[in-house]
Design a protein around this ligand. Structure first.
Ligand code: NAP
Length: 519
């Protein structure tokens, strides 16, 4: 069987010892094996720091942007092959797989353009300069320079292409080399992308390394100039943050974790109205796209009590039409969960949520199309509802990472909606569907402190918008509290995690010479 390798120290390395078998989650057919035993993580980090860091810092932002364009072109050129791998190893439908692969290329090309726009610079000015003395000559200016360590990227299983690319794009443009660790269960796509980049020598030596398999003792070797960007469960995020090596060396850590994203229909969302239909379409897509395994997927569906029954019934009707099964089959609209463990967790989660209210559509059991009997990690789309005014503690605290959402009726006021959503203790994104600007405005101010992004759904943007579940490279991704307290992307903002902000204080001509591009 194909054994996935790691690319560290400028060479492909096969892990020793016990290997994990990666399967097709629809059929449980083994696809590859992976392991990282015996790999010298300390040497891998040192190589990246010495070779990759030096090479990237020697380049201007425009040159680094051109490297990202090269990465993007390779993924684009092998798009069909990567989609096929994501269908097999990720349980993705073709549409789910495109969401991942095209999300990767879109993010890379956005950052390539940002690099081009920054041009000949190697240092970024952070904000305007300030006059510090009586005369303009005594000047202050903040600057950002690339950190001299490695950006360690630990990714979740659900976006093997986008997750790898969105983190790498910002770090490489900032001038930091990357060591990327995909989740083992779905690593085939990330591994293939790495092969493509190595084959064509798209990046300088040491700029991008790939560790396939368990993280092992990697984090014991972090240094004070390294950074860690992690996406995954809150529990793993906590372990990373609390490692002695991380605390002792003040290593910067960015955590993207769980989120109980809410979608709120405004009081103007009468049944059958344009905004009602738009709302339902977005909820339906978020529940079923990637079988609900999206950190940004809508989990809590807040609906004015007056339309809650109607919406529940309409949504249930639509969910009945979703064909679940092997995504290799043309008719299938929703694939399996990524692993047996996920299937077990989601099944337990459905039972726990249902205890807060009642299950109104679907169940963990589902008849899957095009699958050998009893095989595959399937869960059907499930809708739960709670009573108006119910405390529903599990609904507001437990992320069930699958095709599952809960209808939560509320009284139609912005203050009640904000209070209910706030019980989630911080999220990545929540969305407000209303044409009533006063309601949307009041609710936005109630939601914003608890979210990294607020999506304002209106029929006026419906045709152009991919909905709240899509992370855009020009807008911030991350959120406070439960969501991990992290922040990624956001255009130029995303670079600052990988750079040191330094205040310069001195004579203006000297500072200008440092900050302004050489002519
Ligand atoms: P996970 O179990 O926490 O794993 C995430 C990554 O961490 C994997 O690469 C995993 O490697 C690695 N890992 C496991 N134990 C580790 C340790 N002790 N130290 C360092 N790394 C370790 O999460 P998951 O099951 O893959 O992902 C599902 C969760 O991710 C969901 O809760 C979801 O909300 C969250 N998520 C968040 C975002 C976001 O942007 N906020 C995006 C996607 C997913 P192995 O695979 O080798 O075990």
């Amino acid at each position: 069987m194909n054994v996935l390798r790691s690319y560290v120290g400028g060479a492909w390395v096969v892990g020793q010892g016990e290997l994990e078998t990666l399967v097709n989650p629809a059929t449980e057919e083994p696809l590859a094996q992976a392991g990282s035993g015996g790999i010298d993580r300390s040497a891998a980090l040192e190589f990246a720091r010495a070779k990759g860091g030096a090479a990237l810092r020697a380049l201007t932002f425009a040159e680094r942007g051109a490297l990202l364009k090269g990465v993007c072109d390779q993924i684009q050129a092998h798009r069909e092959e990567l989609i096929d791998l994501a269908v097999a190893n990720g349980g993705n439908t073709r549409s789910d797989a495109k969401f991942d692969i095209d999300g990767a290329t879109f993010t890379l090309s956005t950052y390539a353009e940002i690099g081009k726009g920054l041009g000949n610079l190697k240092v970024l000015a952070d904000g305007e300069g300030v006059t510090l003395g009586r005369m303009a000559r005594f000047h202050g200016q903040h600057i950002l320079t690339p950190r001299h360590g490695v950006a360690i990227h630990i990714n979740a299983f659900n976006f093997p292409a986008w997750g790898m690319a969105e983190k790498a794009a910002t770090a490489l443009l900032a001038g930091m080399p990357v060591l990327s660790k995909p989740a083992t269960s779905s690593a085939i796509v990330s591994h293939r992308i790495m092969e493509l980049l190595v084959e064509k020598a798209v990046l300088p030596e040491g700029a991008l390394s790939l560790l396939v398999g368990g993280v092992g003792d990697l984090l014991d070797h972090v240094g004070a100039q390294d950074v860690i960007a992690f996406t995954g469960s809150g529990a793993t995020g906590e372990k990373i943050r609390s490692r002695t090596s991380v605390i002792a060396r003040s290593v910067r850590v960015n955590v993207e974790a769980d989120s109980l994203n809410a979608a709120i229909l405004g009081p103007d969302g009468e049944a059958g109205s344009e905004i009602y239909d738009y709302f339902m379409k977005d909820v339906l897509r978020d529940m079923t796209q990637k079988a609900g395994q999206k950190c940004t997927a809508i989990r809590r569906v807040l609906v004015p009590a007056a339309v809650a029954d109607r919406l529940r019934d309409d949504l249930s009707d639509r969910l009945k039409a979703v064909v679940v099964g092997n995504p290799a089959h043309e008719s299938v609209r929703m694939g399996p969960l990524a692993t047996k463990q996920q299937q077990e967790d989601v099944t337990d989660g459905i039972a726990a949520l249902a205890r807060d209210g009642r299950l109104v559509h679907g169940s963990a059991q589902v008849e899957a199309v095009g699958v050998p009997d009893g095989k595959g990690f399937f869960v059907g789309p499930v809708l739960i509802e709670v009573e108006p005014g119910a405390a529903a503690p599990t609904v507001h605290s437990r992320e069930v990472f699958g095709p599952v959402a809960t209808v939560v009726p509320y009284d139609g006021s912005a203050s009640a909606a904000a209070e209910i959503v706030g019980r989630g203790q911080g999220g990545l994104v929540s969305s407000v569907y209303s044409e009533d600007a006063a309601f949307a405005g009041e609710l936005t101010l109630g939601l914003a402190p608890f979210h990294g992004r607020v999506f304002l759904g209106s029929a006026k943007i419906a045709e152009q918008s991919p909905g709240p579940g899509t992370v855009l490279p020009t807008l911030v991704h991350g959120g406070p509290g439960r969501a991990g307290g992290g922040e990624e992307l956001g255009g130029l903002r995303g670079l600052s995690f990988y750079m040191q902000r330094t205040a310069l204080e001195g004579s203006r001509p000297v500072i200008d010479r440092i900050v302004k591009p050489p002519s």
